[in-house]
Design a protein around this ligand. Structure first.
Ligand SMILES: *Cc1c(COP(=O)(O)O)cnc(C)c1O
Length: 373
């Protein structure tokens, strides 16, 4: 997909904020612990490569992605640090995993057996680096019992074509105030770790929420995602341990400003009718194809620090706002971020859309150009 480099709609990414969020967390970690920056899904919409480079400046020593292709993207950009693929990659691609020196997640014994067979039939130049995933209560991927996880460890250790690089789990409720379920998961993981025949290079369990609020969780590496982008993993539920700096703003410019008389309609379906004698209406070059979704109708944007309601239906490429007064075409509009002391946060957008800010940042489409500061 092309991104619109010749229109004023831009996601402005503060790379310094990413570095600072990472370095604040690194400073809190025990000396022997490492921070892997989670840059899956195009760096939560911020740009995978740019985020990875910014995180590295802040002290990240490795990266996590979700797809094989995302790992390849980082390697092709010249990133040489360890990269772990958190998702399941079909075993038929293990030659690519090895070729790009990526580490992969093993979540079932069947997958390991397929991999063993492929490696036996077609020996590769280097070992396949494996992290064993333990499902301690997320119910998503991984070995669901200590016994099956330890068998997987043995399978990997006994195969010279494989390197046992890590073991990990993922918490389902690290962002919740109630820690009961979290503690259960943590306990199960601790018990498994105690039974390991040796320590792999990486043991890891913490996502951002666990890193912020459960820093004692087991491991010598953390998988730091949403907090690196400056967003509170819990939304509004728990206050941040230290101030996070949001890295993404969304800005555009008014492409047309006009005065409409009482009774005039705005947008598809004429869901908005001018009620005052006259109203100033501004059009923005952003719409639902950009991830500025139709449910944003009724929310607002900032023009010169003033709130302007989004009126009428959001179109595919454009939407309209009601302006408190005349402003010229080309005036800057803030959809997310700061304008003359007034702020719209990702959380506010998420609230409007009845979702979480993770989804908001991932929903901004490739059509919006990213600009790095
Ligand atoms: C996405 C993901 C993370 C990062 O989670 P955040 O909440 O963004 O910190 C960590 N671990 C796994 C397994 C993930 O899928």
């Amino acid at each position: 997909m092309v991104s619109g480099s010749h229109r004023p709609t831009k996601l402005i990414i503060d790379t310094q904020a990413i570095s600072e969020n990472v370095s604040q967390e690194v400073a809190r970690l025990p000396k022997e612990s490492e921070l892997f920056a989670v840059v899956k899904a195009n760096g939560y919409g911020h740009g995978a490569v740019q985020t990875a480079l910014s995180a590295r400046r802040g002290g990240a020593t490795g990266f996590c992605v979700s797809l094989l292709d995302e790992g390849i993207e980082l390697r092709e950009a010249g990133i040489t640090e360890p990269i772990l693929i958190l998702g399941v990659v079909e075993s038929m691609y293990i030659d690519l995993i090895v070729r790009y020196e990526l580490s992969v997640t093993a979540a079932t014994q069947e997958w390991l057996e397929e991999a063993q067979q492929i490696l036996a039939e077609k020996p590769l130049a280097q070992q396949l680096k494996i992290h064993i995933k333990v499902d301690t209560g997320m119910g998503r991927i991984g070995f669901t019992s200590g016994k099956s996880a330890l068998l997987a460890v043995e399978t990997v250790r006994s195969n010279p074509a494989m390197e046992w690089e890590g073991i990990f789990t993922h918490f389902a409720t690290a962002d919740a105030i109630d820690a009961e379920y979290f503690t259960k998961q943590e306990q199960m993981f601790k018990e498994i770790i105690q039974q390991l025949p040796e320590q792999p290079r990486y043991i890891h369990s913490e996502n951002s929420a666990a890193a912020l609020w459960h820093p004692e969780s087991p491991g010598n590496m953390i998988r730091f995602g949403i907090a690196m982008y400056g967003l509170n993993p819990s939304g509004r539920a728990i206050t941040e341990t230290y101030p996070l700096k949001p890295a993404m703003q969304l800005k555009t410019k008014l492409i047309q400003v006009k005065e409409l008389p009482q009774g005039a309609g705005v947008g598809y379906g004429k869901t908005y009718t001018v009620s005052a004698e006259k109203e100033w209406i501004g059009t923005l070059p952003i719409g639902y194809a950009d991830g500025w979704l139709r449910h944003m109708q009724g929310f607002y944007v900032l023009v010169n620090g003033k709130k302007c309601e989004i009126i009428g239906r959001v179109c595919m490429d454009q939407c309209m706002v009601r302006l408190p007064e005349y402003v010229p075409d080309g005036t800057e509009v803030t959809l997310v971020g700061e304008s003359q002391g007034e702020v719209i946060t990702m959380q506010m957008v998420a609230d409007q859309l009845s979702t979480i800010h993770y989804e908001v940042v991932c929903t901004f489409s490739q059509r919006i150009q990213r600009e790095y500061k």
